[in-house]
Write a protein that binds this ligand. Structure first.
Ligand SMILES: [Zn+2]
Length: 59
């Protein structure tokens, strides 16, 4: 199910409209799929690997 919750870029208020009812600023889609946790973990894993390699090289 797709929700149409948007968030004001200025005051951070959640709304379903293109413009914030509070301050009239632009709102953006808040699609949780864009911030997938798997991506985050993958980034962390890559960083960990890099850190590991750096440590090996320096010692
Ligand atoms: Zn606003």
């Amino acid at each position: 199910m797709k929700t149409l919750i948007r968030k004001c870029v200025n005051c951070g208020k959640y709304t379903m409209k293109d413009k914030c009812p509070e301050c009239g600023s632009e709102t953006r889609n808040t699609d949780p799929l864009k911030y997938s946790p798997s991506d985050k973990f993958q980034k962390f894993r890559i960083k960990e690997k890099e850190d590991e390699n750096n440590g090996e090289n320096s010692s």
